[in-house]
Design a protein around this ligand. Sequence first.
Ligand code: HEC
Length: 110
Amino acid sequence: MKKSKYIGRSSFLLVATIAISSAYAENSDGNIASLYLAKACAGCHGVDGRTPTTPYYPIIAGQNEGYLYNQMRDFKNGSRSNSMSSVMKGIMSAVSEQEIRFISVWLAKQ
Ligand code: HEC
């Protein structure tokens, strides 16, 4: 029940922001922070990546860049399939390989 409420809210944000996010081609910190917001990541992981909105969502800021990249890639291609990973699989379908790379670098520095 609780889970679907969060998925619903984030899906709405995602749909509302896909058009905006496609404009962020440049790899500056400010642009990646905006991309992170535009992709609705903050709705679950917090604006800073370290204040998740439920205790079941992970803190992702300050994590190793390579690890972050691999997890997001694996959610996207389906090779990570555990616990609540279906939530992330849906989100990552709207995030490109290049965007995953940018977000990993940015999150590792937060
Ligand atoms: C609807 C809520 C939700 C949204 C939106 C969301 N996430 Fe997640 N995220 C989760 C959950 C839940 C998990 C844990 C999945 C599991 O249990 O396997 C997770 C896991 C992750 C992980 C792996 C953490 C680890 O320690 O393995 C990363 C990285 C991540 N999310 C990044 C992002 C990014 C970047 C975005 C935006 C593009 C995003 N998430 C959007 C809910 C969300």
